[in-house]
Design a protein around this ligand. Structure first.
Ligand SMILES: NC(=O)c1ccc[n+]([C@@H]2O[C@H](COP(=O)([O-])OP(=O)(O)OC[C@H]3O[C@@H](n4cnc5c(N)ncnc54)[C@H](O)[C@@H]3O)[C@@H](O)[C@H]2O)c1
Length: 352
């Protein structure tokens, strides 16, 4: 299913991944319309979300790009979600709005239930009723899950066929719940669905709550970096362009029916090359030194494992390769170097 001529609803459009996806879609040409939806909450620095929205407005202002409409609102507001579907009649919906973050879920569970369970339920309901509200209704719902659903999975690499019934955080539990809710709506109401388990996305204009960003801020301020599990942790860091390439490919293909006649598919989108946390810090520091953002390497404080954290994440991306012929390919050095360049430009004198 081509994106051309389509209206795409992107929730979480002011967020990291939603911003890049919306920008990519707008750049596909004037026949594309993107409806961005986001509460622009203050879970992290709102000025980053405002900057992303500013860039989207600027992109949409060019003649060769699609149109952008932005709705500021909460997915928990069912009437608002329904009205957006009725007014804009999206053929494709990409649900990226969520309360993200593993550690925050330990102290702020409500935010996760509101956005990831109630909010997602409202998206599913609106997709269901869209068939009554406009001709053809929503043809494909793509939604974000997370590598967190693998919990303490021992088998690597992590495959979507692995049993994932032991979440180690509420965040993971809400994401796994989304997958179950989505499947049931696919089965009951015939809505084609694709779930995406993202593995640690990073890049320019990224999320300040994530390790690479908070490490950078600490290094800039000359503070010690806290490294958990004494550095014995592995993450499959995935550069944002690779994430977007994956989402864009998946969006354009409605899944085939499974043996129960349900058009439902799950994919991992990860780099499939886990890096040790200590190597990661070394590479990050090298990139920050190269840009002159820091003058020397930082001090490390090695600490035990934190609640909610997992030992490693490692994506099996064979399904993505088989179905779409793509696999993430940006190296950590290349990706972090682009991030460091952006950080210097965005924060400039203010931080250094
Ligand atoms: N970035 C990653 O490494 C990663 C990894 C795994 C999964 N994910 C998932 O991918 C999706 C996008 O993540 P991101 O990194 O862009 O996060 P993000 O926090 O940058 O973006 C999420 C956006 O959703 C908005 N939002 C939150 N609750 C909302 C609500 N109730 N109603 C409307 N808007 C709301 C926020 O304001 C934010 O702008 C999320 O579902 C996240 O759980 C991300």
């Amino acid at each position: 299913m081509s994106i051309s001529g389509k209206t795409v609803l992107v929730t979480g459009a002011a967020g990291f991944i939603g911003f890049y996806l919306s920008k990519y879609l707008l750049e596909q040409g004037p026949s594309v319309k993107v409806v961005g939806f986001d509460s622009v909450n203050d879970y992290y620095d709102v000025s980053l979300k405002e900057e992303r929205l500013r860039i989207l407005g600027e992109t949409a202002g060019r003649e060769d790009t699609g149109a952008f409409v932005f709705v500021k609102g909460n997915l928990a507001d069912k009437a608002l979600v329904d009205s957006v579907f009725k007014e804009h009649q999206p053929e494709i919906v990409v649900n990226l709005a969520a309360q993200a973050g593993v550690r925050y879920s330990i102290t702020n569970p409500e935010a996760y239930i509101e956005a990831n369970i109630i909010g997602f339920f409202h998206i599913l309901e609106a997709c269901r009723h869209s068939q009554e509200w406009f001709s053809g209704g929503v043809k494909h719902l793509i939604y974000a899950s997370s590598s967190s659903v693998y919990g303490s999975n021992k088998k690597v690499p992590y495959s979507v066929d692995d049993k994932v019934d032991h979440p180690v955080s509420l965040y993971a539990a809400t994401k796994k719940s989304d997958e179950l809710l989505a499947y049931s709506y696919g089965k009951l109401y015939g809505i084609p669905m694709t779930g995406l388990r993202f593995f640690t996305a990073y890049g320019p204009l990224g999320r300040p709550d994530m390790a690479y960003f908070s490490f950078t801020n600490k290094l800039v301020n000359g503070e010690k970096i806290k490294i958990f599990n004494y550095g014995d942790m592995y993450r499959d860091f995935t550069y944002i362009d690779d994430i977007i390439k994956g989402v864009a490919s998946v969006m354009q293909r409605i899944p085939d029916e499974d043996e129960d006649g349900v058009r439902y598919k799950l994919y991992n989108i990860g780099n499939s090359r886990p890096e040790s946390l200590l190597d990661f810090v070394e590479i990050l520091e090298t990139c920050l030194l190269e840009e002159g953002i820091i003058k020397k390497r930082g001090e490390r404080e090695l600490l035990p494992m934190q609640q909610g954290d997992v030992y490693q994440t490692y994506a099996d991306v064979s399904a993505l390769e088989e179905d779409f012929g793509i696999r993430p390919e940006t190296s950590l050095k290349e990706g972090l170097s682009r991030y460091a360049k952006w950080y210097k430009e965005f924060y400039g004198d203010e931080k250094s």
